[in-house]
Design a binder for this molecule. Sequence first.
Ligand code: C2O
Ligand code: CU
Ligand code: CU
Length: 443
Amino acid sequence: MAERGRLSRRGFLAAGGAAALGVAAPALWVASRPGGLPDGPPLPEPPVLPLPMGADGWLRGDLTAAPSGDGMAYNGSAPGPLVRLREGDKVRLTFHNRLEVSSSLHLHGLPLAPAVDAPLSHVDPGGSRTQEFVVPPGAAGTHWYHPHAHGDVERQLLAGLAGAVVVTGPDEPAGMDDRLLMLTRTPQGTAVNGAIRPVVAPKAGRLRLRLLNATAGDHLLLGVLRDGARAPMHLIATDGGLIERPVELTEVLLAPGERAEVLVDATTPGRAVLTALPHSAYGPGGPTTPEVPLAAVDVPVGSAPVPLPTTLRPVPEPDLTGAPHRRLVLGGAADGSFSIDERPFDHHRVDIRARVGTTEVWEVVNAHSADHPFHLHTYPVQVLARDGVPEPFRAWRDTVNVPAGAAVTLAVPLHGATGRTVYHCHIAAHEDLGMMGVLEVSA
Ligand code: C2O
Ligand code: CU
Ligand code: CU
C-alpha cells in the first residue's frame, strides 16, 4: 500500500476547497482530459488483518496506530489492513495508540453496543483498548474503521488512519468477482485502495464492487463510463448490507463515510472506467467538482455471463405506530463553527434521551448551504422520505446525505443495547468543529 503524506489542516482545506469550488488543481486538469492519462498499477488489495482463533473460540487481532513516513498508519499500512469477519464471529480487537496524540478506533457500520463502541472515549498515547463483541446477525456489509478523537479526526484520517471492514453473512450472492474499492483522498487525488487510477482485471462475468467513501469530507458521485457513456449498474447493498433486490441505476452518490455495493457486467470486452462524475455538494446550481477517472476495468474476451440475483435479503419495514417524532437541524455559523439544533457539540451534554426498544422518526433538516452526511452510531436507520418524497426501496443505513436546504426523514429503531452514543456529520472537519450530538438510550 502507498504511504500517505501528511497534510496540514490548512493545506487540506486549500486543496479540498479548490476542488469543492470546481477550481481544479493542475493535476485535476490533466486528469479530466479524456484519454490522456497513464494507468496506475493493478488494483492493490489491502493486507488482511490476522485474526487467529484462540482455544476459547474467540478471534484475536491487534491494530496499532503509529507515525509512518510523513503520515500515520495502522500496522504500518495506509489504508490499514482489511478486517474480514463473518456474522456470529466472536472478536477481541485491541487498538494500540503509538501516536503522539490521543486517538481511538471506531468500527463504523458495525452495530456495536455503546459501551463497546465508546465513541466518546479516547486512548492516550502509549495506551491500548480492547473491543470485545460478537458480530451481530444482519451486520454483513462493507464497513470501515477510523479514529474518533474529537477535534482531530480530519487530520488523522488525512494522515492515513482508515481501514476497511468486510463482514459476510449466510446469504451472499454467488459467482461474482468481489472487490473492495476503498476511496481515500491523497495529495495526488482520490486513491482506490491507496493507488491512483488502478486497473481491475475481472475474474468473472460480473463484478461486485464494494465502494467505500473513506475520504475525510469529499462527496463522490460515482458512475461507470464506457466510451464516455454511462453504463448501467445494479445497487445490491447500502451501508447496512444487502437490500431486498438489485436496483438498476447509472450513478450512486457516496457521501463521506457512506458505502454502496454495485454489480457491474463484465462480459462486454473493453474498458469501463469508474468515474467521479461532476457534482455539487452546495445545492442546485452550486459549484461542481470536475469529472475524474478513479479506476479502470479491463474486461477480457470470453467471460461467461453471471446472472443477476433476483432476491437478496429481506429488509423489514419498521413499525412506526406511536413512534415519537423529532426534528434535528444541521447548521453552520458565519464563524466557521457547526452545530446541531444550534448547539455545538458538548460531550457532557445529552441532546436526545430515548427508550430502548422503541422506534423513532427523525426529520433531519439541513438549514445550511452545504450538504451534510448525517451519521448515527450503533442503531441502523432506514430512510423514509427525502424532502417528502417516499424512498423507493428499503435499506439499512448509517450514513445519509442531507442535501443543502433539504430534509431527510429517518426511521430510527433503537433496539439492542442501551447507553450513550453519538450522531454527527461525517465531514470530519464539521464533526471536529461541533456538528455532533449525544444520544442516550435507556431502559
Ligand atoms: Cu465513521 Cu462517528 O463515525
Ligand atoms: Cu460511525
Ligand atoms: Cu457537515
